[in-house]
Structures are given as C-alpha cells and as structure tokens.
Design a protein around this ligand. Structure first.
Ligand code: EPZ
Length: 430
C-alpha cells in the first residue's frame, strides 16, 4: 500500500504548473464517444479516475489511443455494447456520464451505479428526472441503471437542486435529441461551460452554459474535434492554500484567475497577498494568518471541493473560524485525523468551529477521500516533525504527480511502500 511520508516546516516556494480539470475531462471523455469520428482530447490530467474511465470506454469497444501522458485520441465508431458493467467503473462517480453519452447516441445505456468518494448519500434523482423528461425509461436493477428510449425528444427541465453531474448528463443526452431542451436552475461551474464548448466544437448547439438557463437544440449527429481541457481550479486552489498555510510564495501557473475568485477572496481575508496575472496567480503567505467564515455553495460560491483545504489552513490561523458545508453532508471526516495532529475543531451538524492553534504536529493519519486527503497533505507540510498518510490512492484519483509538484516547490514529501522506505526518508531529510 502506498503512503506519503512528509516532514513539515518548509515554506513552499517556486512555480507550479496546473493540469487539466479532472471533473471537466471526465465528462469530455464521455462526450467523445458520441460520434463515430475520432476526437482528440488534450490537457488531460494523468490521474486515476481518468484512466479508469478510459479503460471502460475501451471496454465497450471504442478505440482509445493515448498519444502522450496528457492527450488521447478516441474513436467511438467501433462501440459494440451499451453496457458498462466493470468492477472498476463503480469506483468512480463520473461513470454516470456514460449514461447520458450512450443514451444520446444509441437511445440506450446500462451503467453500474456510480460510487466515488464517500462524502454523502449523493442521489442521482435529478439525472433520472432529466432522462425521463427526454422520453427515456429508467430502471435500477441489480446495481445497474438501465435507460432506454424509442427516440429522445427535447423538453423543458427544471432542476430541483443545482447539480453539476445532472446538468452535464442532461446536456449530453439532449445534444442528440430531437428538438429543443431547456435546463433551468442549471449548474454554472466552469466545467459545465467546458463540456458545452466541447460539445459545440463537435457540432452541438448549446447556448447559455455558465448561466442558470441552458438551451440545447438537438442535432442529427456530432463530428470529430480536437479539444483542450480547461485548467483544474481545484488543483490550483489546493496549491494556493498549500502556499498560504506554509507561509510560502508560489506562482500557480496555467490557471484561469476568474475561476479562482472565491478562493482568492478567502485567501485575502485571512491575510495573504495575491498577485493576479493573465493565466497565473501568485500566493504569498504570512506568519499571521487570520480567522474567517466560509460556506460552500454552487459556483460562483466557495467550492465544496476546497472546503477541507481552507479548514486545514484555518486550523493554524489566529482566532475562531466557522466553516459550513452546504453541498455534501459527510465532508468533515478529515477532522478526526486533524485532531490527531493537534487541531482544535468541533463539528456540529454541517458546521465546523475551528479554534486556530499555533502549530500542528506530525502523526500517522489516513486520507478519508480525495480533497480531504490533499488537505491533510497541506496539514502535514505545516506540521512539526513527520507525518505518514495512508490511503493516498484517494489523492491519486484527482491530483497528477502531487508529490512531484510539491517536491519541486521545496516540500519534503515522498511516496513510500514500506516501513523501511519511511526510515530511509527520515534518515535522508534528518
Ligand atoms: C461533482 O459531483 C464533482 N464530481 C464533485 O467533485 C463535486 O464535489 C461536486 O460536483 C460539486 O461541485 C465530478 O464532477 C465527477 P452534484 P456531483 O450533482 O456531480 C445533490 C471531487 O472531489 N444531488 O453537483 O456528484 C447532491 O447530493 C468530487 O472532485 C441530488 O440531490 O455533484 C449534492 O448535495 C467530489 N440529486 C448536490 O446535489 C442528484 O440527482 C450537488 O451535487 C444529483 C445531486
């Protein structure tokens, strides 16, 4: 089992290049199978969830050619099955995008019920509501979601909750439906816009992505494209908080600063200095980080995927902070691990009350999920002494070469697989 071993206390300094957005790329790869022509996707992050999805796309008969670490060519012309029932697909949430993509293209799809990080119950009723509105039947049987339509017909759909996944899934299916679809109360996240742009580059007719009303005019067929995925706002935000928490000075490159506004605002509030460039942001930390209040909300609010990273930073900031999680009900599991490092956090319902401490201390901890895992790495980078983190497989789902990028910023971190390697690391870094 792979673990991270980290020696804390070094301020992060230098430059880091952000990879493509995992959550945009997952939907874009699903969209790529909606034509029988070849689609090229570049700026693809080389992370576990992406590789699992590519395997399952290959598994249903598409031709998947990895051109390089960050680009892939997909040809869906050879797809021979609309059933995605692989052990591994259940482990990733985005397997549900294959439902929308296959339903749109073949009027039929069967996909194993999605898993993903355990951060709440994560219902998919809004996805199902959308497919049904387009004229499909949907049943759940033996752990599979099965959906089928005579033919899909555009519809007017009001989303009861703002859902990134459901918005994208309906957009995928509706792109090839007959007539017009209107999605109201749509999610506005940058990756929703990216998927719409990608589909439009394949010949779809989607307008309004990025607002809460998306209008889709169905087209007969989609065609080849070459598309570059947007930068990952959450990876960028994670490095921004890592710079802040370690009192560092980091230039975070290949980002869209507009997508980072909610994160930047909070960093300024707690006392950091931010310099904004066209496609980069510099974060300069301070020894005197201050407390704040934050509530996670759909975009353009503060992202739930950045909640653990800010909480960890506030755990070593002066004063009492309040963090409210309003999207997922089970996203404070890292608090118990953080307490073992000396943090003073009390969770009441969906709120964490954080009393900042001077410094955390290294401990043996586990990553409970992807973003919490990354946040615990930040905690370890600030802590006194050594920390080992188990279950880093979660972190690898969504961060490309996390330890490599941190090392290039001066962090003392290594991926290890045995106690012997941990001891070797400790001897090396002293
Ligand atoms: C996406 O999950 C991301 N995953 C998540 O990222 C992210 O946390 C989340 O959006 C919010 O930004 C992928 O893109 C693969 P939602 P998703 O549907 O689509 C409720 C990460 O760390 N809801 O926007 O599953 C739901 O319970 C991951 O990279 C329904 O009630 O999230 C939640 O409270 C973790 N019914 C809220 O809506 C539905 O049918 C938002 O969920 C769908 C969702």
């Amino acid at each position: 089992m792979e673990q991270y071993v980290i020696k804390g206390g070094t301020p992060l300094k230098g430059e880091v290049e952000i990879s493509g957005a995992k959550n945009a790329a997952l939907a874009i790869l699903a969209a790529a199978i909606m034509t029988d022509e070849t689609v090229t996707v570049t700026n693809l992050p080389d992370v576990r969830d992406i590789n699992v999805l590519l395997q399952s796309i290959e598994g249903i008969g598409a031709i998947v050619k990895r051109e390089s670490r960050n680009s892939v060519k997909i040809n869906g012309g050879t797809i021979r099955s609309v059933t995605v029932d692989y052990e591994y697909i259940k482990k990733i949430r985005a397997s549900y995008y294959l439902l929308g993509a296959l339903l749109g293209r073949f009027n039929e799809a069967e996909v194993a019920l999605p898993g993903g990080c355990d951060i709440g119950t994560r219902p998919i009723d809004q996805h199902i509501k959308g497919f049904k509105a387009l004229g499909a039947e949907v049943v759940i049987e033996h752990g599979m979601i099965k959906t089928k339509a005579e033919h899909l017909v555009g519809s007017h759909i009001y989303m009861d909750v703002v859902s990134v996944g459901a918005t994208i899934n309906i957009m995928l299916a509706a792109a090839l439906a007959e007539g017009s679809t209107i999605i109201e109360n749509a999610a506005k996240e940058p990756h929703v816009v990216d998927v719409a742009n990608m589909l439009n580059s394949m010949g779809a007719n989607i307008k309004g992505a990025g607002t809460d009303v998306i209008r889709i005019k169905g087209v007969e067929k989609l065609h080849k494209t070459e598309y570059s995925v947007i930068p990952d706002q959450i990876e960028a935000g994670t490095f921004m908080f890592a710079a802040a928490a370690t009192n560092g000075n980091v230039l975070v490159k290949n980002v869209i600063p507009k997508h980072l506004e909610a994160i930047t605002a909070k960093l300024l509030e707690i006392g950091c200095t931010i310099e904004e460039y066209d496609d980069a942001v510099r974060v300069i930390g301070t020894r005197d980080l201050r407390s704040t209040q934050v509530k996670t909300l759909p975009y353009p609010g503060y992202p739930t995927d950045m909640q653990p990273q800010i909480a960890v930073t506030l755990a070593i900031s002066k004063g009492t902070s309040i963090v409210t999680e309003s999207i997922f009900e089970n996203r404070f599991k890292y608090v118990a691990e953080l307490a073992r490092m000396g943090a003073n956090i009390k969770v009441e319902g969906n709120t964490a009350i954080i009393d900042g401490v001077e410094q955390l201390t290294g401990a043996e901890i586990s990553a409970p999920d992807l973003r919490a895992g990354a946040a615990l790495v930040i905690a370890a980078l600030t802590a006194k002494g050594f920390t080992t983190i188990d279950d880093i497989v979660y972190i690898q789902r969504g961060y490309e070469n996390f330890e490599g990028k941190l090392t290039s910023l001066g962090a003392c971190i290594e991926k290890v697989t045995s106690e012997k390697e941990i001891q070797k690391f400790k001897l090396k870094v002293g």
